[in-house]
Ligand binder design. Sequence first.
Ligand SMILES: Cc1ncc(COP(=O)(O)O)c(C=O)c1O
Ligand SMILES: N[C@@H](CCCC[NH3+])C(=O)O
Length: 419
Amino acid sequence: MDHFAIKNGVMHAEDVPLPRIAEEVGTPVYVYSRATLERHARVFREALDDVPDKLIAFAVKANPNLSVLKVLQRQGYGADVVSVGEMRRALAAGMAPENIVFSGVGKTRAELIAALEAGIGQFNIESEEEGVELAEVAREMGKEARCTLRINPDVDAGTHDKISTGKADNKFGVPISEAGQIFGKLAGEQGVNLRGVAVHIGSQLADLAPLENAFTKLGELVAALRGAGHTITHVDLGGGLGVPYKQGEELPSPAEYGKMVARLTQDWGVKLIFEPGRVIAGNAGVLLTRVVRVKRGIKDPFVIVDAAMNDLARPALYGAYHDFTAVEPSGADMTANIVGPICETGDTFAMGRLCDKLVAGDLAVFRTAGAYGATMASSYNSRGFVAEVLVDGDKFAVVADRIDASSIMDAERVPEWLD
Ligand SMILES: Cc1ncc(COP(=O)(O)O)c(C=O)c1O
Ligand SMILES: N[C@@H](CCCC[NH3+])C(=O)O
């Protein structure tokens, strides 16, 4: 069921007509559907029904909005975080510290201390150097850090290069060829309780085969580590499942993913940790925007909208496709270049796109914007930060205020000696 559907000629988010949100909150604005978030959380959890012992830790980087995290916390989700900022959000949303997993290649000493103080459930160590430092910090604090070692399995995830994380030359994890030796060294360090391994090979995966390949390698490693006398109780399988960005696009379903995971891991005898991000939040949000002007072009017209690459960076950063549709479609269509107002040619959402016919003042949405949308926003061109709204049935709330350019300017100072 699509919670962003046209009813009586007008697109709604659940039961709220989008023009109402545009009028009350302004544009551009991200709009999330609570019902979609809950449905995705349920579907992903149910897909893993055959995995007896598990933690599903939402990848906060995909959508760190506090209300979104709260919805997922109420669904029993924990959090995968990559900074203390994300950790504080997960805690503020009521997620239990033991259900928080800390990933990331560059955790600072201050972050390691803060996470140990908070008593988080698991550190995914990304290098021998990090493991040694974490052990030292934990010893100084009289604590023990529960850890897994992140493995780089050297698998091509078949996704965009910039969001691929499991190839040998990517910065993430330790090479699988050195994993046994590094594991042995870190397992002997006081201050860390190294109890498993982790893997995450990339995002927006359109095929289960690379995941299956990586998990198979991980299973072999678990057996080898046990053979060497190590106790392995936890395995973190990361996230990465892709979502359809185009209507009709077919991607592996959570159910197919769950079946593959259950089949591969049934004899592992460990607690499995999952870190889904996009598959939970991606299709639970749209970016609502208004057409500023339609400008004549040499070939196709430019539909200039009030959202820009600073609000939704994915098209500029990865050439990513986002469906773009009118909020009140007339039935007519046009071929247009969809662009934002920023002074960069890269501020282009689509070129030569067949879309609903639009004129100045019309509302439209970029779909599948609930993951890696608002969280990747910047204030480039002094445009401020976009607002976020959560819809629940026929009500909605602003869950992140728009931060306008003047508030950002307020945080700046001109030193006396420049006056
Ligand atoms: C370590 C880690 N876990 C989980 C995720 C979430 O990935 P996705 O949003 O593709 O599920 C990412 C992002 O790719 C990640 O780097
Ligand atoms: N930011 C990326 C995903 C990165 C995943 C982080 N490990 C995107 O928008 O597709």
